[in-house]
Design a protein around this ligand. Structure first.
Ligand code: SF4
Length: 107
């Protein structure tokens, strides 16, 4: 039977701290909660969520989100993008009527 070596430098070496610019801030704050509430309440599609954007905490925390209209499926197939790709089957013609009023004044 062969014994595996014990790698001690992994255990004792202090973990290097990542630079601050590499860290994503937790989404907190009143503006973030307000945007999240609007998106959830009105069942809005955002590129922020559909695209798995890493900036959501920052943008939503500043009261900004970018909406998708006519659903959340894109007919293009860009390899770098996380949005669902396909041919949308149907769309909700009344979608704009569901939007909050006034839509662009969420502050
Ligand atoms: S608005 Fe901000 S969170 Fe939304 S897609 Fe653009 S960069 Fe990302």
């Amino acid at each position: 039977m062969v014994e595996l070596p014990i790698v001690t430098n992994l255990i004792t070496e202090e973990r290097k701290k990542k630079p601050d610019w590499l860290r994503v801030k937790l989404p907190i704050g009143e503006d973030y909660r307000r945007v999240r509430h609007l998106v959830d309440e009105y069942k809005l599609h955002t590129i922020c969520q559909s695209g798995n954007c890493p900036n959501m905490g920052e943008c939503w925390g500043a009261g900004t989100a970018t909406f998708m209209i006519l659903g959340n499926v894109c007919t293009r197939s860009c390899s770098f993008c996380a949005v669902k790709t396909g041919k949308p089957n149907e769309y909700d013609e009344d979608e704009p009527r569901e939007w909050p009023k006034p839509f662009f004044l969420c502050r």
